[in-house]
Write a protein that binds this ligand. Structure first.
Ligand SMILES: *Cc1c(COP(=O)(O)O)cnc(C)c1O
Length: 412
């Protein structure tokens, strides 16, 4: 059967909004269009009802109480609110002074955690950026070894968005609770795809986003624990006091309703989706490694999300590879920073060399990805790699058994 191209294999970047989500949102554009803050009439009540239903759907997905869910504009805002909001409230010294407290995070977090941590560092906090081992998994032991008496916050993502590796979250959470330290996790790639329970998993603050789980863009949530311990946050946005004062501004009612519906669907379809995704990932990885040599799957073999596969192809040049697979929408191991192509800091953090990082692809699957599409991707990638390797003198040497590490390179 012919597949329709381009094929979308970039679900870790964003997902298609589920048509059932769109349907749930529609009435809130021009019928139930009220401001949830209007307490005196039907329009306001309808909007508020929509939001409160969504809050319950969101809470249910993560095993929380509805009161503990704060709606935001997405995971970037949730991460900023969690990290900066907690640091400011639990600071051990006032703004402008040094020694305000110690924060632990890691070097392969999303920029929406890394950059707030760097800002806090400039503002008098000490930050430890843990470096992952080659398999990419941050363990509770690593966090324990970095703990200090003045540690106030740990922010370690649940699962990595580039390589899909799963960190030791329940264990890190337990450690933090033992030490009386606030634990935040960026769950954007995890929540909705994998079972989540903030009680069992010992989480104080949890960020996630609508558009990574078949909901709309521009809406996300932050779980803020209300008991054992009651977590406080300094607001980033002041104003009308919406969202328990933690996030002022008229709520994005349509977005929030869609977010809630997306959470409900993920809850109902999680087991089914998860098995499908895992099968697709296996099909892709087995297909590629069956077709060619020198293929490396990045990140831990097993501790990985079912929907993300990050693969490096030796002896091909990254940009040419991307050019050769134009019918496949996916991400490369290079990040465009202004004019130059930088190798991904996540792959670099794992110790993947620059060359190999550039010739890496992140292929990520979603609710509508089919086996035919995966087979098509395997075929196109295999063809492109074969073609490029035919042009590679290094690949010839490799096949002749020359140990490339002993060659002396001429540098220009
Ligand atoms: C996509 C993503 C974000 C950013 O989410 P937005 O809702 O787009 O702001 C943060 N963290 C991770 C792990 C992500 O994958």
């Amino acid at each position: 059967m012919a597949v329709k191209t381009p094929i979308y294999l970039d679900n870790a970047a964003t997902t298609r909004c589920d048509p059932r989500v769109v349907e749930a949102m529609l009435p809130y554009f021009s019928e139930k269009f009220g401001n949830a803050g209007s307490r005196n009439h039907r329009f306001g009540w309808d909007a508020e009802d929509g939001i409160e239903t969504a809050r319950e759907q969101a809470a249910k997905l993560i095993g929380a109480d509805a009161k503990e869910v704060i709606f935001t504009s997405g995971a970037t805002e949730s991460n900023n609110l969690a990290v900066k909001g907690a640091a400011e409230i639990y600071a051990k010294a006032p703004a402008g002074q040094q020694g305000r407290g110690h924060i632990i995070t890691c070097t392969i977090e999303h920029k929406a955690v890394l950059d707030p941590c760097k800002r806090l560092q400039r503002e008098g906090f000490d930050v430890t950026f843990l470096e992952p081992p080659a398999d990419g998994v941050i363990t509770a032991e690593m966090v324990r070894a970095a703990m200090r008496p003045d540690t106030i916050l740990v922010s370690i993502m649940w699962a990595n968005n580039e390589i899909g590796t799963i960190n030791e979250v329940p264990e890190i959470g337990r450690l933090c609770h033992e030490k009386g330290v606030i634990f935040h996790t960026d769950g954007t790639q995890w929540v909705g795809k994998m079972p989540t329970d903030v009680e069992r998993d010992c989480i104080d603050l949890l960020s996630w986003s609508g558009h990574k789980m078949y909901g709309p863009k521009g809406v996300g949530a932050l779980y803020v624990r209300r008991r054992k311990p009651r977590v406080r946050l300094e607001a980033l946005i002041d104003g009308g006091g919406q969202e328990r004062g933690m996030r002022s501004g008229t709520q994005n009612v349509t977005g929030i309703v869609g977010f809630g519906k997306a959470c409900e669907l993920c809850m109902a379809e999680m087991e089914h989706d998860r098995e499908r995704l895992l099968k697709l990932r296996r099909r892709l990885e087995d297909g590629l490694s069956g077709r060619m040599e020198v293929v490396q799957v990045n990140g831990h073999r097993d501790r990985r999300l079912p929907h993300i596969s990050n693969i490096s192809f030796g002896f091909v040049e990254g940009e040419s590879l991307m050019m050769g697979i134009k019918e496949i929408a996916c991400s490369s191991g290079s990040a465009c920073t202004s004019a130059s192509l930088e190798p991904s800091y996540v792959l670099k953090g794992l110790g993947v060399g620059d060359e190999l990082a550039h010739s890496s692809l992140r292929l990520s699957f979603g609710r509508w990805t089919t086996e035919e599409e995966v087979d098509f991707a395997v075929e196109s990638i295999a063809k492109a790699v074969e073609h490029l390797r035919k042009l590679s003198p290094l690949y010839d040497l490799y096949k002749e058994g020359v140990d490339l590490s002993t060659i002396e390179w001429q540098h220009h």
